[in-house]
Ligand binder design. Structure first.
Ligand code: TMP
Length: 251
């Protein structure tokens, strides 16, 4: 089969032209990066897990009425999504202090926040995705005021959905990052949740033990990343609960 046209290669995914106009194939790589790719590794199986987990979360969001770019999973590493114009912002929602918020404001990791805090970073690798305010977003025209109202509402709906789903399997949703895309339906444009939702883009802590089940395992060298992501997938029923038994050959 002729290889499709590559549209873009990022740190964790490759985008190919989709089979129909207005579609894109998202391929999940095994590459793991942190600190703006200063730390890099290949983690066997990460792409397969993130493809399945992102499918699970995006399908759930679509089912509860939160629009996403997700159409369907194609195979172990690829999914078909609607092509959209990505708004150049990383939208971060935090329920508990961790990571850069803890560092910036000196709040101990794990401290419950008085309410979900939404932050925006300008998507620019060369600048290290700097934190920006709504003033910057408006002044530089990255998104309109209407977009910002819609983005906030989408981000909080994703937070409610994800924290509920994770709580149901004994996991605390500490924070997460989403990206938002603009799609056109005839004359109308609307915003949808795009990119991916996976343990690469969330902080997930086991409620009982506090064990980290997200990319901090890689960022902070806390153990095996595939084990952590598999645990999340197993609890959500995305992978079989018991490890698959290797078939043994008779004779
Ligand atoms: P931070 O505490 O490092 O700012 O991260 C906040 C959340 O955003 C956390 O769940 C991890 C996620 N994240 C990404 O998805 N991509 C990134 O490049 C960074 C820095 C964080």
């Amino acid at each position: 089969m002729a290889r499709r046209k590559k549209i873009y290669e990022g740190k964790a995914k490759i985008l190919y032209e989709g089979p129909e106009p207005g579609t894109i194939v998202q391929y999940f790589k095994d590459d793991a990066t942190a600190f703006n790719a200063q730390k890099k590794d290949v983690v066997d199986g990460k792409g397969v897990l993130n493809n399945r987990l992102s499918e699970f979360f995006m399908t759930g969001l679509n089912n509860v009425g939160v629009p996403t770019h997700f159409i369907r999973r194609l195979n172990m590493r690829e999914q078909l999504v609607r092509s959209c114009e990505i708004i150049p912002l990383e939208i971060i929602v935090r329920n508990f202090a961790a990571g850069s918020l803890s560092e910036r404001l000196g709040i101990e990791e794990g401290t419950q926040l008085p309410r979900p805090i939404v932050e925006y970073c300008f998507k620019d690798d060369a600048l290290g995705d700097p934190l920006v305010s709504e003033e910057h977003i408006a002044a530089f025209g990255w998104a309109s005021q209407q977009d910002m109202d819609d983005i906030l509402s989408l981000a909080l709906r994703v937070n409610d959905y994800l924290s509920g789903v994770m709580y149901g399997v004994g996991i605390k949703l500490v924070d997460f990052k989403i990206e938002i895309g603009r799609v056109y339906d005839g004359d109308f444009q609307r915003l949808v949740v795009a990119d991916e939702i996976s343990p690469d883009s969330c902080r997930l802590w086991d409620i009982e033990s506090g064990r980290k089940l997200d990319k901090d395992v890689f960022r902070r060298d806390l153990g095996n990343l595939t084990d952590a992501y598999s645990e999340v997938a197993r609890r959500l029923g995305v992978l079989p609960r018991t490890p698959m038994v290797k078939p043994t050959l008779i004779n």
